[in-house]
Design a protein around this ligand. Structure first.
Ligand code: NAD
Ligand code: MG
Length: 389
């Protein structure tokens, strides 16, 4: 039996992961399942899968989780330190599906302690790509991409010579507001932005899709994951969300990865890697789909893509600044402190302030990444507090 843990088990990626694990219960020994606020779901899954330990990131919910699992023999714990400890438990495969920079440390610890890491948490690569890769290399473990675009690139590159890659095209659905006039975007609500045309995802990534911050994170993630040059990475709007990415080679061939918008494909690929196993995803009928369409992204509407290029060119700790400022700007939008278009302004202002500082080129150690993340959050909060709306 393979020992597996799922961090962020109650979220969209986490639940899709558990769906696959539950279909083959005899194949897996579930070590740790973690969540935050949804204690009922977490306790239910921990019991269904007979997990060794269930954890909530929230200290204040320890008693609720404890009583929900009373008498089951399942260990219970709460808080960041407990999450980190659980990530150190021996496991063969760990899913990193916490949202935000909070997912970085458990992922690093899982790698250091001998697990292969299925990485949905793109923020890990954006904030600390080099540290993640070095940690995996030193531990002799693999990082398997779960973001659909990166899983697609990974699959297109199997058996290929990386030096023969000319370009990579990451597709984007365009999000909730594709085709809307820019004037209307200033007043959109979090509820409107949290509706995705194709994918069923967590609220935060869905809003990031509408603002293109998700694609901006993914472009940086692609550079860090595969060591591409920034100039090799293109973004193309593809509203059907069926071609997840394309890799172009020096002989002119373009390899596309096509599949339904169902994260269980990328999760299942990472779960079964290096094998392919049957997965419960829809088989596409291209006759019914009829056509795929493409268009260029508009960087005036979506400055996030331009900011991502600055991050790729700056390197160092600039990804930590970008991501942390984005997380706080998103909090501000969700809390109705700033408007939809203000999110990019906040991130750009924080980048203007911090990307020139001497520490931006400091070594990518965990301490340095966390310190820069903390500083960028403070800056972003002060920018939002002073922003007239
Ligand atoms: P989600 O909001 O649905 O779930 C997030 C999970 O993290 C939940 O289990 C929640 O309890 C937990 N969590 C939240 N805050 C936490 C904290 N501070 N500490 C510890 N745990 C915390 O998110 P999601 O959509 O499943 O996305 C998870 C990750 O996967 C993100 O990094 C996202 O960018 C990435 N991703 C998601 C999708 C998707 O289809 N949902 C696709 C590609 C990549
Ligand atoms: Mg993606």
């Amino acid at each position: 039996m393979r020992r597996v843990s799922v961090f962020g088990a109650t979220g969209s990626i986490g639940q899709n992961t558990l769906d696959l694990i539950k279909r083959a219960p005899d194949a897996y020994q579930v070590v740790a399942l973690s969540g935050a606020g949804n204690i009922t779901q977490l306790a239910q899954d921990a019991q269904d899968l007979n997990a060794e330990i269930a954890l909530t990131a929230r200290d204040d919910l320890y008693d609720d989780l404890k009583s929900a699992l009373a008498g089951t023999g399942i260990e219970v714990a709460a808080g960041q330190v407990a999450l980190n400890d659980a990530a150190c438990r021996p496991a063969d495969w760990v899913m990193s599906a916490i949202i935000g920079a909070a997912g970085l440390q458990p992922g690093l610890l899982a790698l250091q302690n001998g697990a292969d890491l299925a990485l949905a948490n793109k923020e890990s690569m954006v904030t600390a790509g080099r540290l993640m890769r070095e940690t995996a290399q030193n531990a002799g473990r693999k990082i398997l991409p779960v973001d659909s675009e990166h899983s697609a690139v990974f699959q297109a590159l199997l058996g290929e010579d990386l030096s023969a890659v000319e370009r990579v095209i990451i597709t984007a659905s365009g999000g909730a507001f594709l085709g809307w006039p820019i004037e209307k975007l200033a007043d959109v609500t979090p509820q409107q932005a949290a509706t995705h045309p194709n994918w069923d995802m967590g609220t935060r990534i869905t809003i990031d899709s509408a603002s293109m911050f998700n694609k901006a994170l993914e472009v940086i993630e692609a550079k860090e994951f595969f060591d591409f040059r920034p100039s090799q990475i293109e973004v193309l709007i593809h509203p059907q969300s069926m071609i997840h990415a394309l890799v172009g080679f020096t002989d002119g061939a373009l390899m596309a990865h096509i599949g339904p918008p169902d994260m269980r494909h990328a999760i299942g690929f990472a779960l079964h890697y290096p094998n392919r196993a049957p997965l419960p995803v829809e088989r596409l009928d291209l006759r019914k789909i009829g056509q795929f369409t493409f268009q260029d992204p508009d960087e005036v509407r979506h400055p996030a893509l331009r900011l991502a290029r600055t991050v790729m060119e700056t390197g160092g700790l600039s990804g930590a600044v970008f991501n942390a400022a984005k997380e706080i700007a998103l909090d501000g939008f969700l809390g109705r402190q700033i408007g939809f278009l203000d999110m990019a302004d906040v991130v750009e202002t924080v980048m203007d302030r911090l990307l020139g500082c001497a520490d931006i080129n400091a070594a990518q150690t965990l301490d340095n990444v966390l310190a820069m993340d903390h500083l960028a959050r403070q800056e972003a909060r002060s920018v939002i507090a002073r922003k007239p709306i």
